[in-house]
Design a protein around this ligand. Structure first.
Ligand SMILES: [Zn+2]
Length: 436
């Protein structure tokens, strides 16, 4: 059945317009146009009036590790290596399937209520199988968020045993996971060799093969910290980007996460390959990684999306926050208030992320998935009006999120995720302790 969503205001591109409506058919936006015209053309459609609401595209969280939300509050104020050895590795080694599922439920619910409709979950607690990843998939289906499960390929011997596999095991398992998830518009699988430091060249090549065989994107951390660039240069005489290129891992199907330590030549190589970048400004700032050269990426027409990264290196779950932080960070880096404007920050968080992840969402436009967020026009953070794109990127509080639709289905109502398990999950989470 068709549904007409009729808000007071709607963000189309980067312009906020009055008198517009969206026609939702199945899980897609069938039409966008004048409300009175769509009402006349589709008299049988169910009408949902979004009174005092501004309808926008849902945020695309291009990179996250959902289980890391269980370490929220434990990992701050350390450098990457101390955080990894003292928090990430010991806690993640002890998580059971039920913990992994709860972490995903918690992270996904927090994201939905913050206006995120798609998340890429880079998952590496694989235990040489697919059971744990399927727990994350089940959690996404329960909460109602759209999921890209980026299934890790990891063989660095310094990492916990449950992360590690041989290339043959990783290939077998990602194929099994892809088959187990099946043809579900809400969940897709991507192949995710961990990084140039976490996956050997043989592992990266296995992932390239799997990406090609399964016809799915390849998602990889690249050049997050200075150490990785130095290590790659020392070990291979190549930058991380050049190393990936040598192993066939750069193409229009590639999603590079971070790309902080890249030079102009690397950016040219990325642009030529058609690969996309997911920028995680808050996480990069918390870990002291550095500042990704986002203006240089955009100038080369590289698709750039935004990510929150894990819940213990951010520690928020809001893409609106990442838009604001991305813009502010570039202004500081360039000592120039024009370095990255609100329009570009917004488009990275929606269109750019959707393009990077190969998901037909990220805009209020006919043919896209009906992944939409309505904002309360009476929220203090949107006043005084009329609101502009600058209100959305710089002022908006996630408190203003009133409803969230994923595939046309209302999964947040009155600002709260509506899945039945939410009260029990909150009760369990209040007293959660890492298992010993
Ligand atoms: Zn990551």
């Amino acid at each position: 059945m068709d549904t007409l969503l009729i808000p007071d205001l709607m963000l189309i591109g980067t312009q906020i317009e009055a008198g517009q409506a969206v026609l939702v058919r199945d899980d897609r936006i069938a039409a966008v146009g004048e409300a009175h015209e769509l009402t006349r053309l589709h008299p049988a459609a169910r009408r949902t009036v979004l009174s005092h609401e501004l309808l926008v595209a849902g945020g695309i969280n291009g990179h996250n590790h959902s289980f890391q939300i269980l370490m929220r509050g434990l990992g701050e104020d350390d450098d990457f290596f101390s955080w990894r050895s003292q928090v990430l590795y010991p806690v993640s080694e002890r998580l059971r399937t039920a913990d992994i599922r709860d972490g995903a439920l918690l992270a996904f619910a927090d994201m939905l209520e913050s206006g995120i409709t798609t998340v890429a979950d880079f998952f590496y607690l694989n235990d040489q199988g697919i059971e744990q990843a399927l727990a994350v998939v089940a959690a996404a289906r329960t909460v109602g968020i759209r999921l890209v499960l980026a299934r890790a390929f990891y063989d660095w011997e310094g990492a916990p045993a449950r992360y590690r596999e041989t290339p043959a095991e990783a290939l077998r398992n990602v194929r099994a996971l892809h088959a187990a998830v099946g043809d579900d518009p809400q969940v897709t699988v991507q192949v995710a060799p961990h990084s140039p430091h976490g996956a050997s060249p043989a592992m990266i090549e296995a992932a390239v093969q799997a990406s090609y065989d399964l016809g799915v994107p390849l998602h990889i951390h690249c050049a997050e910290g200075r150490y990785e660039r130095e290590q790659c240069l020392q070990q291979y005489g190549l930058t991380p980007v050049a190393l990936l290129n040598r192993h066939g891992a750069l193409s229009a199907q590639t999603v590079l996460v971070h790309a902080v330590w890249v030079d102009d030549r690397d950016l040219d190589v990325i642009a030529q390959s058609g690969a996309a970048v997911i920028h995680n400004p808050s996480s990069n700032m918390i870990l002291g990684d550095g500042i990704a050269p986002v203006p240089g990426m955009l100038a080369r027409q590289i698709a750039v999306g935004l990510g929150t990264d894990g819940g213990c290196t951010n520690d928020r779950s809001s893409l609106f926050d990442e838009m604001r932080t991305a813009a502010l960070l570039q202004k500081v880096a360039a000592e120039d208030g024009r370095a990255l404007d609100a329009e570009r920050a917004w488009l990275m968080g929606c269109e750019g992320g959707a393009r990077a992840l190969h998901i037909p969402a990220g805009a209020v436009a006919a043919g896209r998935l009906a992944d939409l967020v309505s904002l309360d026009l009476d929220d203090w953070s949107l006043l005084p009006g009329p609101p502009t794109i600058r209100h959305l990127v710089y002022a908006l509080s996630p408190r203003a999120v009133r409803r969230v639709f994923v595939g046309g289905k209302e999964v947040v109502r009155g600002g709260r995720a509506v899945f039945g398990e939410a009260p029990d999950l909150k009760a369990r989470s209040r007293s959660w302790r890492a298992p010993r």
